[in-house]
Design a protein around this ligand. Sequence first.
Ligand code: SF4
Length: 240
Amino acid sequence: MSQASTKTRIKIFLERLRPLYGKDPIEVHYQTPFQLVAGVILSAQCTDKRVNSVTERFFNYLREPQDFLALPPGRLEELIKPTGFYRNKAKSILGAALGLVERFDGRVPESLEELITLPGFGRKTANVVLSALYHKHEGVVVDTHVIRLSNRLGFTKEKHPVKIEQDLMATTAPKNWYDISHFMILHGRRVCMARKPACHRCVIADICPSNLSQLSPQIAKKKGFPQKKIVLGAPLKPKV
Ligand code: SF4
């Protein structure tokens, strides 16, 4: 597949998915910058819906890094337990809070270089926070959904997140770096699921080389798709 055709398909991907997912790509609820940081850390290996149902119980009084640091030992772990991996997550949230208070006067910094020096901040978390808070796009967030969709859609042939990020950055305008990854994440959760992609109701099926309706059973098996026959229906129409 040529780079030009990849660019064209990325353009179509963004145009078709923007009406569906473009309004509020961040699904984690927050009112302060640090609540976003905490929410993104909590969303690892957990659905945003569950994160929101957990954080709504304490975000009314835990707003700033200092509020989290003032909690009695072990209290944060109790509060966030339903999100899973709560010990590590509590450690990351408190580490990030302490780093912000000690080195950035409690403010979430605006550069990737500074953010990734904080505990709990990998490139992915830092990019989500930078994009959502400051509309700065210094990279493309690559998580498990982006790895899967960018390969299925033929936007990359790479499997390693850093190489996938490089490919997507080379073929997508910087102003769309935030949207492309968030649209893939949301589409991956709602339509292009890992084991059962719903190609029959996918608005980008016509530009997707992995569209199940067009794959031979052998190729579908090779790509790891389920072998059950999929009944095709009318594609989902984007809301205008
Ligand atoms: S056509 Fe199927 S494989 Fe391709 S993006 Fe849509 S749901 Fe995923």
